[in-house]
Design a binder for this molecule. Sequence first.
Ligand SMILES: [Mg+2]
Length: 118
Amino acid sequence: MKILVVDDSSTMRRIIKNTLTRIGYEDIVEAEHGVDALAKLDGVQLILTDWNMPVMDGLTFVNSVRSNDQYKSVPIIMVTTEAAKEEIVVAIKAGVNDYIIKPFNQTTLQEKISKLMG
Ligand SMILES: [Mg+2]
């Protein structure tokens, strides 16, 4: 399964990538913001995206994916420090399937992915 990891922090991308590798996913593509991510959607089956990023933030990116016929049904998990309930509601309304609050552990990531991907 091809997974796209979007985060402006290279450290966070490495943490997420290493966690995914430990779970057993190896086909991982990285992007540093929404614009970069939109150019890397080809064949992606799951998206993990940060919220706060330069150039194009996660929410704008999610809106763009959801308004694209080809990719509108790709599952998206928001990985964010934005833990306020109002913000989560905004993310869900934008079309995020689930969210993970940073810092997260391997079990949480694994459970969220299994729940989404079956
Ligand atoms: Mg960020």
